[in-house]
Design a protein. Structure first.
Length: 324
């Protein structure tokens, strides 16, 4: 069985739960469009949220043969893989006096919305930088493998050779960069559903797309502006707060960064979640109950899987700034 957040919302009678799901959908175009295979069951004695699948590594080939000869055999290569759903979210507290005197700003709703945004950003971070290994320098270890890890060293990882760090360089090199973007999108079997990058890269890609007539924008059902490159949504994966500093989810090192392209679907790049509709759960306090300080919680239980390595690609080492 598979489910989207929009479908999960329909199955809920609680209006607060529906509003929480809508907040997650508004906070993340990726979460709004991702299909979740909600088939994970820890079992009676299990304590992990593991998801097993078969990944197509190399497709098979076809050929011709002459009379009285045999085909040279060649087989598609598959690999058994596992990934994990991660429990993420957080708690927040609201004093009943603040809530009762909040006026136009509902303190409970404000804190819930901020926690939802933080959780969506953390999910974005894992989608790009996660690693299921217990220790893995440069990644968020102990979570699930994100796109950086899944595509590292694969044929779908393309290295950019174009400098678009300045407006002058974009004027000179934008045609060469368009060629690289074409190669990136063509590397995704079936075509890309989404292009994921940081804000600085999106600004530059927007400018280049305008120069070439590949840029468009529209509004979705939430009134959110969706920008597209050649019809493919460009998504700013945003920033996350690591407790001490705010960093881009898609990082930049020595002035170079990456763009990730994915084909969304159960045969490509998709989400995973426990059985049922409990991808997202909220626990909102009863402000009329005894106790001066009330605690609320928001929780997302999810991970990602890449069923086919040809359904995602990465254009790395894009020069968007000065080397440091």
């Amino acid at each position: 069985m598979a489910i989207t957040l929009a479908e999960a919302k329909v199955g809920m009678a609680d209006k607060v739960e529906q509003q929480v799901i809508d907040m997650f959908r508004r906070s993340s175009l990726l979460l709004d469009n991702l299909t979740f295979d909600n088939s994970i069951s820890p079992g009676t004695g299990g304590s992990t949220l593991s998801y097993g699948y078969i990944q197509l590594k190399t497709p098979t080939t076809a050929a011709v043969r002459t009379i009285n000869s045999e085909y040279t055999s060649g087989e598609a290569k598959r690999e058994k893989k596992t990934t994990n759903a991660i429990i993420m979210g957080g708690a927040f507290q609201v004093d009943r006096v603040l809530q009762n005197t909040a006026g136009a700003v509902d303190e409970l709703a404000f804190q819930a919305e901020q926690k939802i945004k933080a959780t969506a950003n953390y999910f974005h971070n894992l989608v790009i930088n996660g690693s299921k290994a217990d220790t893995d320098a440069g990644y968020v270890a102990g979570t699930f493998d994100g796109l950086r890890k899944l595509l590292a060293g694969s044929s779908s990882e393309i290295t950019s050779g174009v400098d678009i760090s300045t407006s002058a360089n974009m004027d000179t090199n934008y045609n060469a960069f368009l060629d690289e973007m074409d190669a990136l999108i063509a590397a995704v079997e079936g075509g890309a559903s989404m292009l994921m990058m940081n804000r600085s890269t999106l600004i530059k890609l927007r400018s280049i797309a305008r120069r070439a007539g590949y840029y468009d924008r529209s509004k979705d059902d939430f009134g959110r502006v969706v920008e597209t490159y050649g019809g493919v949504p460009m998504v700013d994966m945003g920033m996350y707060y690591n407790g001490t500093a705010t960093e881009d989810v898609v990082g930049t090192t020595s002035g170079k960064t990456s763009i990730f392209a994915v084909r969304l679907g159960l045969d490509g790049f998709h989400g995973i979640s426990p059985t049922g509709t409990g991808v997202i759960t909220s626990y909102m306090p009863d402000m009329n109950a005894p106790g001066a300080v009330k605690t609320g919680e928001v929780e997302l239980v999810a991970g990602v899987a890449l069923k086919n390595t040809l359904k995602a690609a990465c254009l790395k080492d894009i020069a968007i700034g000065a080397a440091t």
